[in-house]
Design a protein around this ligand. Sequence first.
Ligand code: OFO
Length: 183
Amino acid sequence: MNKNRLSKTIAAGLNLQMTNEAHASQIYLSYGAWADNYGFVGVANFLFRHAEEERNHMMKIVEYILKRGAEVHITSIPAPPEKPENINNCFQAIFKHEVENTQEIYKLVKMSLDEEDWATWNFMQWFVKEQVEEETMVLNLLNKIKIAGGEKMNGNDLYVFDKDLEKTTDEARSAIDVTAVNP
Ligand code: OFO
């Protein structure tokens, strides 16, 4: 009996996305190590936590592929890009990467829609929502950086930003939870 409930295309797409999530984790890990080297402990901590989150996303996909009776293909993970030049550049690069990841997720959503694979379509909705939160979270940080002077942030601005990140929650509020009273 064939227990595989994923088409070849969907299985390949999910395996690719699994590696994309591992790649995202390596990027956060690499940038976190860079930040720690420069003494930005709050930023490093934040990025290390996100490295772990991306790894959890990878595991979600591994588990889903297995649950649907298909094969998981573990391949090499592409190296993270060059280390950032400064804090502003670090979060710009993270935002760019998150947007690229969103595009990859949308491809899988489209693929599952075309194939009428509703289980995968439904599974991918969690990732769509997660990306909205992650993009919002990084955009919020970029706004703070911009207010503090962007590329021109001085030592004091950087100190405050780093301290601030120590306390920043890992999730942006979801639009669905927002009300007029509690925007
Ligand atoms: Fe950037 O979160 Fe994974 O998918």
